[in-house]
Design a protein around this ligand. Structure first.
Ligand code: ADP
Ligand code: MG
Length: 410
């Protein structure tokens, strides 16, 4: 059997010690505290968040740690273990859309967004370290924003971290940071997963009402495990394709006369309507291909229905039956939404061939990670066969972790 690479999570103590040590070595004093937020997996509900739909993410044990201390001069100084030895600095007052490049945008953008929401925040020093793999579709960006948001909440006494309503406001600030300062048009699921999840639960988030329901999610108790496969693939098209999918969904909603695709309750009626000559003319005028738009709409509407079905199965304690729905979601993302890639398809196909109950790509697509629902006793074997499948295709070896629904930002 092939040796497989497992991505271990740090304990809270280890993460906090690493962030504190980096802070002290960089800024010459101890931080006021260390805050952290998790990366996330998503059981089902992909590319539904920006369509007002449903998603079902959970927090990973892998977290980003931010050691922080308030400053009185309105400046922000930043260091990340990912960019060792480089200290960045910017005045909070100079943060604005278009004014900040690189990774610091996620951090200073979060402070900026809180201020935009009318909250009183000031400068700070921050040292970041993380065991969330980045760019792996496990949302290291929201883990970074979430760790800083919960840290600023404590440093500046905002009083938002203590309950879900307050955390919802932190989520809004993190989303604005990502959209408006980092310039990534993501839909809000990742930030909610970082801040509004609970250990041992998956988070059913309605992206229209922003209401949440915590669904007990203890796979081990049912003899199951969720294997996460980081394909290590990163394709250049990611950002442009994501924005293009969003635009297509917005145009489709407009032509269908609904606010968001969430409001499409009759799929065949909607598809028939999109095929009418005047709808096609409007789509063409908006630079869209009618047949492609119909497939995109079909993914979104069927995916929302799959989330509802998974919710019912989890509530009924029939988690093993979730497998085929994951596989159906993958086919929909691959064929209708066209956001998969060779590595993701190899990961899912090899996992299923090795006995997984089902699997799918997660995250935006074109690389990143896949999940596979497996019987607990099959974890090693499925991972080994996925690694062998990658090797046979001449691909970079993937990395693996076993997802256990963990704690939110704290
Ligand atoms: P994902 O969220 O799926 O990991 P993104 O492209 O959304 O991928 O976010 C990755 C980006 O977030 C990185 O390129 C970097 O700018 C920033 N980032 C995440 N974690 C860190 C970290 N620990 N230190 C510095 N930057 C980070
Ligand atoms: Mg991200």
């Amino acid at each position: 059997a092939l040796d497989v690479d497992w991505l271990d999570a740090w304990s809270f103590e280890e993460g906090a010690a690493r962030a504190s040590a980096l802070f002290e070595v960089t800024f010459g004093e101890a931080p006021a505290g260390v805050w952290s937020a998790p990366g996330r997996g998503n059981l089902i509900g992909e590319h539904t968040d920006y369509n007002g739909g449903l998603v079902l993410p959970f927090a990973l044990p892998h977290r980003t740690y931010a050691a922080m201390r308030a400053r009185t001069d309105g400046h922000i100084r930043l260091v990340s273990a990912q960019e060792a030895g480089v200290v960045r600095e910017i005045a909070l007052a100079d943060v604005a859309p278009g004014a900040v490049d690189g990774w610091i945008a996620y951090v200073v953008g979060t402070a900026w967004a809180l201020a935009q929401e009318g909250l009183t925040v000031g400068g700070f020093d921050v040292a970041i370290t993380s065991c969330v793999p980045y760019g792996a579709g496990l949302s290291s960006s929201a883990a970074l924003e979430g760790s800083v948001a919960i840290g600023l909440d404590a440093l500046y006494g905002l009083g938002l971290g203590g309950d879900d309503a307050g955390r919802q406001r932190l989520v809004a600030a993190c989303s604005r940071a990502e959209n408006e300062i980092a310039g990534a048009p993501t839909g809000g699921m990742d930030q909610a997963a970082a801040l509004r999840t609970q250990a041992g639960h998956a988070l059913l988030l309605d992206c229209r009402s922003l209401e949440v329901r915590q669904i007990p999610f203890d796979l081990a108790a049912e003899g199951l495990a969720l294997l996460v496969i980081d394909t290590r693939a990163e394709h250049q098209l990611v950002d442009g394709q994501y924005a293009a999918r969003r635009t297509t969904c917005e145009v489709a909603a407009e032509v269908l006369g609904v606010g968001t695709l969430r409001e499409v309750t009759d799929l065949s009626g909607a598809l028939a309507m999109l095929a009418m000559p005047d709808a096609l003319a409007r789509l063409t005028a908006a630079g869209q291909d009618g047949q492609v738009v119909a497939r995109r709409v079909r993914h979104v509407v069927t995916e929302i229905a799959r989330v509802e079905e998974v919710e019912r199965l989890l509530d009924a304690g029939r988690t093993a039956e979730v497998g085929p729905l994951l596989t159906a979601a993958h086919a929909s993302l691959r064929d209708d939404y066209e956001v998969s890639c060779h590595e993701l398809d190899v990961a899912v196909d090899a996992a299923i061939a090795a006995g997984a109950l089902g699997g799918r790509m997660i995250g935006g697509g074109f690389g990143g990670s896949a999940i596979a629902l497996v019987r607990a006793e099959d974890v090693e074997q499925v991972a080994g066969e996925v690694a062998a499948g990658f090797s046979a295709e001449g691909l970079t070896p993937p990395s693996f972790l076993v997802a256990v629904a963990s704690a939110p930002a704290s």
